[in-house]
Ligand binder design. Structure first.
Ligand code: SAH
Ligand code: DHB
Ligand code: MG
Length: 226
């Protein structure tokens, strides 16, 4: 089994189970044209996010790490008319590309992008949350070193039944190396140490292969918050 084969299978899935459409294709093209890194979720992963959002009947979604808005579009399409994705992005250029792709997809009314370091934006969101509903689904996909902090904030912004999804938690298997000097790996390992004893969620991690290589995601379903 190799990368070539994983890529061929992802392509085949895209031709059958997960057909693309003009707005999704345009979002990827706009990201490439603006020279954003090609690290968006794959189409089949995007659709998985959409399925999860529907399963939890999501009305409010929080995304940490917008990039060009590709995953944002998949998530926003899962929402009812009055639903909303709030997506946090550090890089104003990424946010601009995303806004334009989200507008092209006809989803501007459902998506709000907040520019800044997520660790600065999250406390403000938590302050607003006194007045607003908690998030039904949270997708953590920004810098990996801060994953544990994002997870802690996510719990504060959740309700029992909320689903927290963390991308890129296997990193070609590098996460088993306790002595890794890679701060991304250490971020994931700190999350896993938290999950080992965290009673407020029911969590699992799934390894994945595909056109983006060998990686994985963690799912944490919020039980109760006490
Ligand atoms: N969710 C996107 C991919 C996100 S890539 C998709 O699948 O389509 C990660 C994004 O996180 C990048 O755009 C990067 O600029 C952003 N990012 C990195 N550090 C951040 C931080 N501290 N706060 C907010 N966003 C950050
Ligand atoms: C990287 C980030 C991602 O969110 C991803 O899905 C893949 C790679 C990265 O920073 O390399
Ligand atoms: Mg990712």
């Amino acid at each position: 089994m190799n990368q070539e084969q994983w890529t061929a299978v992802d392509r085949y899935i895209g031709e059958t189970v997960v057909p693309s459409d003009a707005a999704l294709d345009a979002a990827i093209e706009a990201s490439a044209k603006a020279e954003l890194p090609a690290i968006a979720v794959t189409p089949n992963q995007g659709k998985l996010l959409q399925i999860f959002a529907r399963l939890v009947h999501a009305r409010r979604v929080l995304e940490i790490g917008t990039l060009g808005g590709y995953s944002t579009i998949w998530l926003a399409r899962a929402l009812p008319e009055d639903g909303r994705v709030i997506s946090l992005e550090l890089n104003p250029k990424h946010a601009e590309v995303a806004r334009s792709s989200i507008e092209r997809a006809g989803l501007s009314k459902k998506v709000e992008i907040r520019i800044g370091r997520a660790l600065d934006t999250l406390p403000k969101l938590a302050a607003e949350a006194q007045k607003k509903d908690p998030f039904d689904l949270i997708f953590i996909d920004a810098d990996k070193a801060s994953i544990p902090e994002y997870f802690t904030w996510s719990l504060k912004l959740s309700r029992p039944g909320s689903l927290i999804i963390v991308d890129n938690v296997v990193r070609k298997g590098a996460i088993v190396d306790a002595g890794s000097s890679d701060e991304d790996v250490q971020g994931v390992r700190r999350l896993n140490d938290m999950l080992a004893t965290e009673k407020r969620v029911t969590a699992t991690t799934i390894q994945t292969v595909g056109s983006k290589g060998y990686d994985g995601f963690t799912l944490a379903l919020v039980n109760s918050l006490t």
